[in-house]
Design a protein around this ligand. Structure first.
Ligand SMILES: Cc1cc2nc3c(=O)[nH]c(=O)nc-3n(C[C@H](O)[C@H](O)[C@H](O)COP(=O)(O)OP(=O)(O)OC[C@H]3O[C@@H](n4cnc5c(N)ncnc54)[C@H](O)[C@@H]3O)c2cc1C
Length: 404
């Protein structure tokens, strides 16, 4: 009989526990200072976006700004199809949205939580409501000190997520932690006049990003998605992606991140033709009532004001210079991000250094019988189900290895 302690009862730790317990000679303990699997409840806005419909594992790994190469090996063992099949086996059927994100058919993260809890109970996994304060390596095992007791186990898994105490525990066992940064976050802009646009959203637009006058090299077509103005800046999936790719750039008020948005998904040349046709067909209409066919009215009004064009100008009277100004704004709407909205991040970039982990087993290359899975690792993905996929996949591999 071998005892395994899993520190962290989030999606990664629970996945690991379920597969580690397939061997009846393994006794599995999940330690969590909070309620097990509560971190899954807010995912996907309560709907739990549990995976993304990309079945080629190399393509799937491209959605991770950190961890791509490491995940080749991980996803070759457990990927999107395995996730769907696993959840089906727990009674959770899934469906794929038009944007390729995968959800449970009930659209309920609570159902996902309950299905996983049922597996834990079925497999006799012991839940320990204890905060692990420190860990010590023994000649053939580990000693855990919690807020309630001391425990000795043969194998140890650290699955404490991006914000848990696991990074310090890993450090105390000799692991390097790469710099931790917030990722998937809203951004605060230098421009303050966007407050009046708060709540206005644009669907599936594209962006380019510049820092220090250099265009950032971000995978082609990656910077597309829905966009939202907030009371102090910008948010939405497109901005989350930008925050992920720029997580390690030190941008600020003096050195902002320049974001150029194409609000209409046409090049200036393409749009010139479309806009001219609209102007010709609506000569008697106010220019505001023509421009708002392409973008929300409030945003259109702000753009016209910024360009000193009266909203009441008749479309037929618009000068060529003013038409060009509007086209430029709609195809290259520029704003400057001065900082991320701290505390609002969805994931943490950085974590346990992947060079020190065997991707085939999730075992530490430094300390035998020590394993890691989930967000505690230096792996983070974009929005779309990628961060949970990392938990299912790395959790599965750690669990299967421990299962033996
Ligand atoms: C609002 C929100 C929405 C999200 N939506 C999605 C989504 O739709 N799709 C997606 O893929 N990802 C989503 N994510 C990200 C995803 O939830 C995380 O990547 C994932 O939960 C990480 O899982 P984990 O098991 O590694 O760690 P966690 O889920 O963070 O779990 C770690 C657990 O460890 C426990 N713990 C930590 N330290 C200790 C300690 N010392 N002792 C005992 N217990 C400890 C914590 O209490 C916690 O329960 C979302 C995140 C947020 C915040």
């Amino acid at each position: 009989m071998s005892n395994t302690a899993i520190i962290g009862g989030g999606p990664a730790g629970v996945m690991c526990a379920i597969f580690a317990s397939q061997n009846p000679h393994n006794k599995i303990f999940i330690f969590d200072k909070n309620i097990i699997l509560n971190t899954i409840l807010p995912t996907g806005g309560g709907r739990c976006n549990l995976a993304y419909s990309e079945f080629n594992f190399k393509e799937l790994a491209k959605f991770y700004p950190r961890g791509e190469k490491f995940l080749y090996s991980v996803f070759s063992k457990f990927s999107t199809k395995d996730t769907i099949d696993f959840f089906k086996s727990t009674g959770i059927k899934t469906y794929t949205q038009d944007d390729l994100r995968i959800f449970p058919v009930t659209d309920s993260s609570k159902d996902v939580k309950n299905a996983l809890l049922k597996q834990i109970d079925k497999k006799n996994i012991k839940k320990m409501f204890e905060n692990v304060l420190s860990v010590k390596k023994l000649p053939d095992g580990f000693e855990l000190t919690t807020d309630k007791a001391k425990h000795v186990v043969q194998k140890l898994v650290i699955a404490t997520g991006g914000k848990g105490g696991g990074h310090n525990l890993a450090k105390s066992l000799g692991h390097n932690i790469t710099e931790l940064r917030p990722s998937l976050s809203s951004l605060i802009t230098k421009e303050k006049d966007f407050a009046q646009l708060s709540g206005i959203s644009l669907k599936d637009i594209s962006a380019q990003v510049f820092f220090n006058n250099q265009k950032l090299k971000i995978p082609k077509n990656a910077l597309r998605g829905d966009f939202l103005f907030t009371h102090n800046g910008i948010s939405g999936p497109l901005i989350y992606k930008i925050s992920a790719y720029c997580a390690y750039l030190d941008f600020n008020n003096e050195k902002p991140l320049k974001i150029v948005l194409n609000l209409i998904n046409h090049t200036a040349e393409e749009f010139d033709e479309i806009f001219l046709t609209q102007l010709k067909n609506n000569t008697q209409k106010d220019i505001l009532n023509v421009t708002d066919k392409f973008i929300p009215k409030k945003l259109a009004a702000m753009i016209l004001e910024q360009d000193n064009i009266s909203s009441a100008t008749k479309a037929g009277q618009l000068s060529k210079k003013d038409r060009e100004k509007i086209i430029r704004k709609l195809t290259s709407f520029t704003l400057n991000a001065a900082q991320i909205a701290h505390g609002e991040e969805i994931v943490t970039a950085g974590g346990v250094d992947l060079k020190e982990i065997d991707a085939r087993t999730m075992e530490s290359k430094i300390v035998p019988d020590l394993y890691f899975c989930g967000e505690v690792l230096d792996i983070d993905g974009l929005t779309g189900g990628f961060n949970l996929q990392n938990c299912w996949s790395t959790g599965y591999i750690a669990g299967k290895t421990i299962c033996g």
